[in-house]
Design a protein around this ligand. Structure first.
Ligand SMILES: [Zn+2]
Ligand SMILES: [Zn+2]
Length: 249
């Protein structure tokens, strides 16, 4: 049957109040169960806040976080920061203790991607820095998923179709393919677009479904991602599933 039928039961990107979300682990898990999700992950920010004023789980807090998340029945993930030089905010040792790692770019060249209308002076150089940082992060071997690819700072969003050229897209996805990293389809940020998803399928890159919920009411809000997968012609076999996790057929 066409279409990724299992996608409707998956949400692999959820935050709690342990980083910058609003609900507790229990609130979020209850919301996931109410929505009929069968495969869901809590992925709080780890080691580095995505922008000033937001919290992240520290290295010292990681063991307690992982046992609380696992104990509540969720997959144990983290979202790490991709720094400007492409290094992700997680060590090899910490990575070995989590079920999977999402890496995201949230600030670059002094511009924060959220709620920051700062003008970007050289948009082409900016998106090139994004591509290089994300590609290096994928080459580090520390990421399983690249979060919200093609998500840009506010000042550039309206122009993303022109700035993110077919070469830019192909190159980023090539890095993912070479390093076995999945690309995320983001429910909240509504990225990437269909051309990007089709290129993922062409290069054999899996797609991870995530709401990026920061409150229990947004858990499982993945309608954009599911519509995108359907439009791109993806099937269940194209979905990223964390190692060791499974979903009934
Ligand atoms: Zn993020
Ligand atoms: Zn997130």
């Amino acid at each position: 049957m066409p279409g990724p039928l299992r996608a409707q039961r998956i949400d692999l990107h959820i935050h709690t109040s342990l980083s910058d979300g609003k609900g507790s682990i229990e609130d979020v898990v209850a919301a996931a169960r109410r929505r009929g999700l069968e495969l869901f992950a809590i992925t709080d920010h780890y080691e580095e806040s995505p922008c000033p004023g937001r919290r992240a789980i520290s290295r010292a807090e990681l063991p307690a976080y992982l046992s609380a998340v696992g104990g509540a029945g969720a997959i144990r993930g983290v979202e790490v920061e991709i720094f400007e030089d492409g290094s992700p905010s997680i060590s090899r040792e910490a990575r070995a203790s989590v079920d999977f790692v999402i890496g995201g770019l949230h600030r670059l060249r002094g511009v924060v991607f959220w709620d920051d209308p700062t003008p970007v002076l050289d948009p082409r150089a900016f998106v090139e820095s994004m591509r290089i940082a994300a590609s290096r992060a994928m080459e580090s071997g520390l990421l399983d998923v690249l979060a919200h690819p093609t998500w840009l700072p506010e000042d550039l969003r309206a122009d993303s179709g022109r700035l993110l050229t077919p070469d830019w897209i192909r190159s980023l996805i090539r890095s993912a393919a070479d390093n076995g990293v999945a690309m995320e389809a983001s429910g909240v940020w509504r990225v990437p677009d269909e051309a990007f998803a089709r290129e993922c399928l062409r290069q054999g890159v899996k797609i991870s479904i995530g709401s990026d919920a920061h409150d229990p009411g947004s858990v499982g809000r993945t309608a954009y991602a599911i519509a995108l997968l359907r439009a791109a012609g993806a099937g269940d076999e194209d979905l990223f599933i964390p190692a060791g996790a499974d979903l009934a057929p």
